[in-house]
Design a protein around this ligand. Structure first.
Ligand code: SAM
Length: 215
């Protein structure tokens, strides 16, 4: 059975985990990784791009941790929301909230808020990875699609967006401006009303990128 080591800086994990999973806490991926070299079949990272302060260092360490022939796989999103039929517009609260978050995040210059899949691919190649593959997905913000599979994906995405938006905005506010303000919290609530609005056909652009360490 595969042995999996999960890392995080914060203790957010469930207490009941599978027997083949080891959780390493206080593991800061922006510092030196205290993990074996040339040892892992796979390094997997999802939804971390807003926290990675130095992609070159991050991928260099992923490369070092992998055995020759091992893979790195990254799941990330291109920041923001999109629509193909013009129903997501700059007039929506979702747009204003997204712009507000982006402005707050730009106060941390190391964070690459607008990182594209091309940017990630360039970092991967620079780190030495080969056979790099990119797959793009549109992830709806709610159950607006007619297609049953995408409707279900949208419903699940809506649930996680509603769960994280208020707390995430509060943390961002405190970090960026040192305080919370009720006006911004009202904006989050209005943005989440847009997230629930099926007349707005918004989606996120998610990409899955993987590459291989040469033998
Ligand atoms: C958006 S969540 C993604 C969680 C998980 N990877 C997923 O896909 O559901 C970002 C995670 O990164 C963790 N994190 C933030 N900064 C970190 C750092 N410097 N080192 C390690 N983990 C960090 C946070 O504690 C949080 O669990």
């Amino acid at each position: 059975m595969a042995h999996v080591i999960a890392t995080d800086i914060a203790p957010i994990q469930p207490t009941v985990v599978p027997p083949n999973l080891e959780v390493l806490l206080q593991h800061n991926f922006n510092r030196e990784w205290n993990l074996p070299h040339n040892a892992f079949d796979l390094v997997f990272s999802r939804w971390n791009h807003l926290y990675i302060t130095d992609w070159r260092m991050f991928l260099r360490q992923a490369y070092t941790a992998l055995r020759p022939g091992g893979h790195v796989e990254l799941h990330e999103e291109l920041y923001g929301y999109y629509s193909d039929d013009g129903t997501y517009t700059p007039e929506t609260s979702l747009y204003h909230w997204t712009a507000w978050c982006q402005e707050a995040m730009l106060r941390f210059p190391q964070r690459e808020v607008g990182l594209t899949s091309d940017g990630v691919v360039a970092y991967l190649r620079e780190a030495g990875f080969e056979q790099v593959v990119v797959r793009g997905y549109k992830v709806p913000v709610n159950g607006w699609p007619k297609d049953e599979k995408y409707k279900e994906i949208g419903r699940l995405n809506q649930a996680q967006l509603l769960m994280m938006a208020e707390g995430g905005t509060r943390v961002l506010m405190r970090k960026a401006y040192g305080r919370e303000d009720e006006e911004s919290m009202e904006l989050v609530r209005m943005a989440m009303a847009d997230v629930k609005n099926r007349a707005i056909h918004a989606y996120q652009r998610v990409y899955v990128i993987y590459g291989r360490k040469p033998e």
